[in-house]
Design a protein around this ligand. Structure first.
Ligand code: SF4
Length: 540
């Protein structure tokens, strides 16, 4: 990258210069500079429909509901009601890992689909859905079955909830349905909300067998990609913190059922699981705090926040001891690697919180993030939670059910008094709060929401980062541009990257990628000298 100062306004102009006027006007609202130096946080356009014709990297509502939130739950049969085209993606393509546990129930590697055909579209697919639920039950005897509707199902109007109710009665297990047709929201974010609602309605709090433990928490929004949750579990166990349930990496339906025994909800991916955190607070009185286990220092900070919340000196001391034990390996690796990564640059376009979380890890390597954005975020993910009252609810958001949750008549138990929460705030532990990404990026960085394929190629051409992080859709195009590309949806073959062990893995992988010479050698056929193709007959 050149060392001349970055003029973000000029870059923004160049980025949208070739677009039709109306499109450029709309896209300009989704591109803002960072405000890390204490500047006023600008408003960004987010969670609005992608302009038709633009190649977005977003997923559909069904992908968010099935693929992200419920898919990684190992002992729920997650059944896609739809044609096999959607069903292909019901086989998890992310690397959600799980421990099959003593019961051995692990349905994650399976792809359950009703495989709807033209006949079902014309005559209705409800009978086929009942038969598929029965078949799944007969073969696997799961504790719960969850059904997901796809676009065609919404269009023909199959009543999946009625089928789920009938089958629940017949089989005597939990069966519930998600109206998560792909078109229902502007992105996968709508699917997260729908899944949160159904988990809350049908599972959380359905088993009142108490959970033992002095410091009981849940983690919301951690999906165990490449084993991240395993590393977080290791650290929490070392600290003596009881993790009841993770939503939904390495999870079981039983852990969801007893999640209401936690005294604190910790939220990793705020975007995908905030709805459950809010509803559990209203119903059971469990406060929630934002945590981030991506980055060694971020992990240490999150552990300290949890310990401060519990106001117990034994836990505070134990957490400090664990951090002191883990940090030497981090410091030694950074000392070795940082001279090779210092000053290198990155771009990240992924998720609804990942592009923010991973900036900690790049910072630990002395690298700067030039440009970042999300695929399915809302304004608060960029600007911070304080902006929520200013966000207008549009028709697309109204399309998603808002559950009316009330205090549970017998189980509501506020874990902290308002005075205790105020005292915690004074100690830097604020409940129900999080910063946005804009406030933590420097003013010579750009934030772009729902970046298009064209903008991706253009921004790389202009800013020339040393590494680009995104998903599979962008991967090969970026690599063909001669640039290392790290997938942050599924980590390629790497990970875990969470916690202390994960941070070391990350430092090593990024060192290898940004210092590899191979990318400079890649050339498109038309950039090479000589004929593009040579051949000769070996026999007449
Ligand atoms: S957009 Fe609709 S048709 Fe496409 S994968 Fe999603 S649910 Fe299926």
């Amino acid at each position: 990258m050149s060392s001349k100062p970055i003029n973000v306004e000029e870059i923004k102009k160049e980025l949208i210069a070739k677009m039709p006027t109306k499109v450029a006007r709309k896209r300009a609202k989704a591109i803002v500079p960072g405000a890390g130096g204490g500047e006023e946080i600008p408003e960004i356009q987010a969670n609005v429909r992608t302009i038709p014709g633009i190649i977005t990297q977003r997923g559909c509502t069904y992908a968010g509901c099935k693929g992200v939130v419920l898919g990684p739950s190992r002992d729920i049969v997650n059944l896609t009601h739809g044609p096999i085209g959607c069903g292909f993606y019901s086989w998890l393509t992310r690397r959600n890992e799980t421990d099959a546990g003593p019961d051995g129930d692990n349905f994650i590697p399976y792809c359950f689909s009703t495989d709807m055909t033209e006949h079902d579209i014309v005559f209705g697919g409800m009978k086929k859905l009942s038969a598929a639920i029965q078949e799944a039950y007969d073969n696997f005897h799961p504790k719960a079955i969850s059904v997901f509707s796809t676009c065609p199902v919404g269009l023909i109007g199959d009543d999946i909830h009625a089928v789920a109710r009938q089958m629940q009665e017949k089989l005597g297990i939990t069966v519930f349905a998600n109206s998560c047709e792909g078109y229902r929201g502007v992105s996968q974010s709508a699917g997260h909300h729908i899944a949160n609602n159904q988990i809350m309605k049908h599972i959380i709090g359905t088993n009142d067998t108490p959970v033992e433990g002095k410091y009981k928490i849940n983690i919301l929004g951690e999906y165990n990609i490449g084993g991240d949750a395993f590393e977080i579990e290791r650290i929490l166990e070392k600290c003596g913190i009881t993790l009841i349930s993770t939503f939904s990496g390495n999870s079981t339906v039983e852990s969801f059922r007893r999640a209401h025994f936690a005294d604190l909800n910790t939220v990793m991916c705020h975007r995908s699981l905030n709805y459950v955190a809010e509803m559990m607070e209203t119903k059971f009185g469990i406060p929630w705090i934002k945590v981030n286990f991506i980055g060694a220092h971020a992990t240490a900070k999150s552990l300290r926040r949890i310990a401060t919340y519990f106001e117990d000196q034994d836990l505070i001391d134990k957490v400090e001891q664990v951090i002191a034990e883990e940090m030497p390996a981090i410091e030694a690796t950074i000392k070795d690697i940082r001279p090779r990564t210092e000053g290198k640059t990155a771009m990240m376009f992924v998720g609804g919180s990942r592009a923010h979380h991973y900036q900690e890890l790049f910072g630990e390597l002395g690298m700067k993030v030039l440009c970042a954005g999300y695929e399915f975020a809302h304004r608060d993910d960029y600007e911070g939670r304080h902006v929520l009252p200013k966000i207008k609810v549009d028709a697309d958001s109204r399309n998603i059910e808002e559950l009316e949750v009330e205090k549970d008549a017998t189980r509501y138990n506020p874990r902290k008094t308002p005075e205790q929460l105020e005292a915690l705030k004074a100690k830097g532990v604020e409940v129900k709060d999080y910063d946005g990404m804009i406030g933590q990026m420097s003013k010579d960085a750009l934030i772009i929401d729902d970046i298009s394929q064209y903008e991706t190629e253009k921004i790389i051409e202009i800013m020339k980062p040393d590494i680009f992080c995104a998903g599979i859709k962008e991967k090969y195009i970026i690599q063909k541009m001669g640039m290392p590309m790290k997938q942050l949806h599924n980590y390629d073959i790497g990970g875990p990257y969470a916690g202390f062990v994960g941070a070391v893995n990350w430092y090593r992988d990024i060192d290898r990628m940004v210092n590899s010479k191979i990318w400079a050698l890649t050339k498109a056929p038309w950039q090479m000298e000589g004929p593009e193709l040579e051949a000769s007959y070996v026999a007449e």
